[in-house]
Design a protein around this ligand. Structure first.
Ligand code: HEM
Length: 476
């Protein structure tokens, strides 16, 4: 090989150089545009923490994150920033520039009045950023991310299936799954072992959603179920916005595993949909099919078929319309994924954690909800729109009646029989090496909220369970 040939880069290196330089130029240009547009907001005097022309608000965020557990949910950090940088004379809100971790400027609202404006007075569209979070879980556009007529049509299809009267008819299904949950608790109390209540409760809520939405008992509480397991794996592979480790964030194996999990979930749901369709097609009268439906998907399917027949005036096809299947995949994934939000229910900026609006905001004071005297300092009536765990307005939670029914049935079927002892101290001793030097409390709370697809208690809420005696004394 001649000397000259040795120093001329080969086509592979040249291609790599061109791609790298183009990517760098693109990132630089994007970064410049984002910072310049945010700088305009800053010059208008909008409330925000100290801003850096190169790093935006990443510098302001980092000391706040340093005081929180590394796995804490992101809104906790935003809330702290909001408390310290909101305009003292105004409502609680701040603007944040977190590019490249968030493409658009972020407006953090910590005020009920402004939350009412954003979600109820104006039907603001869901932002693009949600696709990044939901698409890998839902496998496509879904009720959470859709906007405009597409969302309206999908929501209208699902509304009858989530109506209060219909959900109340599902009482029996919820009780069946709650009975399995109680039997698992009984088993743990017999064994006296340390276990994760969060993990166990997630399987339980998945079973409820499977029964109520799909009319299919998943039995994930007692054995392996491909749909529930693929969903749990998908959550584990899910990359969160607060993942600042770029090696984890851009792990090349992620899309492969996510595609595989999605395929597994779609295959399971496809089979269930075929079964439901076969049942539906046997029924000659659509109105009868609606009234005798046993699950939400039966109702949605009947509504959809009624619409199709009205539009096309054709007879019933032998096989279920693939367009419906594709649409249903994404919707059903969302409902199952949503089960992981059940423990605990509150998340994002909707929690009431500001003393300004809720006296003793961090204290558990259920009695505040019973107070009718407006002079009483705990009176909740003066906080209009402050309690919004399910949001309000047109995009409120479609599953809230089911969630509340589920919570009530679970409490009725468990609290009188079992006593759950939190065992964080024991867990911390067992994991002393792993957690040494790490922050493990938020506002003095060890079971602080972490983000893992939905919001969960830290470290899965380790506990032991004991049976109560009739006198209410715990049997050891
Ligand atoms: C305690 C449990 C639950 C809580 C705290 C909760 C909370 C919420 C919240 C806050 C929203 C509004 C999101 C936003 O505005 O960005 C929402 C929307 C939604 N929730 Fe829930 N949810 C729960 C249970 C469920 C269940 C069990 C289901 C279904 C089986 C469900 C399905 C949905 C859907 C589909 C939406 C989107 C509605 C739309 O945009 O039209 N949720 N949920």
């Amino acid at each position: 090989m001649s000397d000259t040939a040795a120093i001329i880069p080969g086509p592979a290196i040249l291609t790599w150089l061109v791609v790298s330089l183009t990517t760098l130029a693109y990132i630089f240009l994007k970064g410049y545009q984002r910072r310049a547009s945010f700088n305009r907001l800053r010059r208008q005097g909008l409330p925000m923490p100290p801003w850096n022309p190169f790093l935006g608000h990443l510098l302001a965020l980092s000391p706040v994150l340093a005081k929180l557990p590394s796995d804490t949910q992101q809104p906790g950090a935003f809330e702290i920033l909001c408390k310290s940088h909101e305009k003292k004379d105004g409502e609680s809100l701040i603007y944040l520039d977190l590019w490249p971790f968030a493409a658009d400027p972020l407006l953090v609202i910590c005020s009920p009045t402004l939350a009412v404006q954003a979600c109820q007075d104006h039907d603001l569209p869901r932002p693009e950023i949600l696709h990044k979070f939901f698409d890998p879980l839902a496998g496509g556009d879904n009720l959470f991310t859709m906007n405009g007529p597409e969302w309206k049509r999908s929501r209208a299809l699902f509304n009858p299936g989530f109506s209060s009267s219909y959900i109340l008819q599902q009482f029996g299904q919820v009780v069946d799954e709650a009975a399995v949950y109680a039997s698992k608790l009984r088993e743990h109390s017999r064994q006296g072992d340390l276990f994760s209540l969060d993990k166990m409760t997630c399987w339980y809520t998945m079973d409820i959603i499977g029964a109520v939405t799909l009319n299919s008992r998943l039995h994930s509480q007692t054995r392996f179920n491909p749909l529930a397991s693929a969903m749990r794996r998908q959550i584990r592979w899910h990359v969160l916005d607060n993942e600042f480790n770029l090696l984890v964030r851009w792990n090349p194996a992620r899309p492969i595993f996510q595609a595989y999990n999605n395929w597994q979930m779609n295959r399971y749901i496809s089979r269930e949909l075929d079964k439901r369709y076969a049942e539906w097609i046997d029924d000659q009268d659509i109105t009868v099919a609606i009234s005798s439906s046993r699950s939400i998907i039966d109702i949605v399917l009947a509504e959809y078929m009624a619409q199709q027949q009205q539009n096309t005036k054709t007879t019933r096809p032998k096989e279920l319309d693939p367009a419906f299947k594709k649409w249903a995949f994404a919707q059903i994934h969302v409902f199952i994924k949503e089960t992981l939000r059940l423990f605990p229910p509150g998340s994002a900026f909707r929690r009431g954690q500001k003393d300004k609006y809720w006296p003793h905001a961090l204290d558990f004071k259920p009695e505040r909800w019973l107070i009718t005297d407006p002079e009483d300092h705990l009176y909740t009536g003066r906080v209009k729109g402050g309690w919004r765990p399910f949001e309000h307005g047109p995009r409120d939670c479609i599953g809230q009646t089911l969630a509340i029914l589920d919570l009530k049935v679970t409490l009725v079927m468990t609290v009188r029989e079992f006593y759950v002892l939190s065992t964080y101290d024991e867990w911390d001793l067992l994991h002393a090496k792993e957690i040494r030097g790490k922050i493990k409390h938020v506002n003095g709370e060890r079971a602080y909220q972490i983000q893992s697809g939905g919001v969960h208690p830290a470290d899965g809420f380790p506990c032991r369970v004991r049976m109560r005696t009739e006198e209410g004394i715990v049997r050891s």
